[in-house]
Design a protein around this ligand. Sequence first.
Ligand SMILES: [Zn+2]
Length: 359
Amino acid sequence: MSASQRPSPISASVDFDVQGVQHGFLKLPISVDESAWGAVMIPITVVANGEGPTALLTGGNHGDEYEGITALMKLSNSLKAGDVRGRVIIVPMMNVPAAEAGKRTSPLDGGNLNRSFPGDPDGSVTSQIADYFTRVLVPMCDVALDLHSGGRTLDIVPFAAAHRLDDLEQERASLGGAVAFGAPYAMMMFELDATRLYDTAVESQGKTFVTTELGGGGTSTPASLAISERGVRNFLIHYGLIDGELESADEPMIYVDMPDASCYVQSEHAGLLELTVSLGEMVKQGDVLARIYDMTRTGTDPVEYRAQRDGVLIARRFPAKVGMGDTIAVVAEVVQSLERDSFSTPKPVGALSTPKPVE
Ligand SMILES: [Zn+2]
C-alpha cells in the first residue's frame, strides 16, 4: 500500500459499525456493454454484537471451490447477533464473477484473485477486489479464515493450515486456530509462491490467519460440507466469537508438514493420468504415484512418476487428462507435532493419528 493510492472504488452497502445482522453488498463500479453504469455485486454479511474481536470469514477466493462458498452461505443465513461476541464479517464469494461463472478465475479479466494481492485501486476488477480486502476489510479484523479447496482440477484431503511466520506469537496463534478447526488434517503449509496471496496480505498486517483446503473436484459432498461447517464454528469458538464446545473429527487428527517444494510432483508429460495411490495413503520416497499414458497410440509404456519424499498423499490432480506442468500429486510429511523449539504444538480435541500405509 502506498500513500498515493486513491481510496478503493468499492463501496459497502452495509455499515460495519452497526450492531445486529446486516446483509448487503460490496459494490464495484463497472461499465460494460450490458450495463453502462453497472456494478459487480459481492454479497457480504456483517453480524455484530458488542465488544469483542472481529473475524473475517471468506470463501470463493477461487470461484470453483464450493465447500467454503456453501458453508459460508449457510452461516450467513443462520448466524444471529445474539450468538456473537464481537463482529463476524462473512464474504462467501470474494471473486463473485468467478463463482458465478463456476471458474477459478474471473471471466471479466481472467484474474486469479489469490494471485492478485495486495491489489490496486486502479487495476483490473480482480485487482480492485484484492485492494479492497487489503486496505479496508483486513485492517478491521483480528482473525481471518479463508476457505479453499481443490476446485475443478484438484482433490485435496480436508485440512486447515498455518504458515511459518517471522512473528512466532502470530504463527502460534494461527496454528492454534488451524488445529481447533478440527479438520481430519492440520498442516504447516509451504506455498509454491506466496508473494501475491491473500494469505500474505493478511499475515503481513500481523493478523491471525488460518487457511484451509476442504476437498475438491469442483463440487461439495455431505462429508466435505460437514467438515467445513464444523470447522467454521470451531474457528469462531476458538477465538471467542461464539460460545460452544469444540467438536473434533470422527477420526484422530493427522499433523502434516510441507517443508519444501519436493512435496509437489508436477507433470513433464501430457496424456492420460493414472493415479496409483489414493488420497490419505502413505508412500515412501521412490514409490510410483502415477503413470501417464500417451493417448495418441497403444503399445507404448507409460511414464512413471515417483514420490520425492516419504509421506501421505494429500492432494491429487482430479481430471484424468493431464498436461505439461500440472501438479499431479502432493506428498506431505506426517509429523507428531508442528512445533518449533519455542513452543509446543496445540493439541487437537481428539487424538492424533498416522495414516495407514498403501496396501
Ligand atoms: Zn483456492
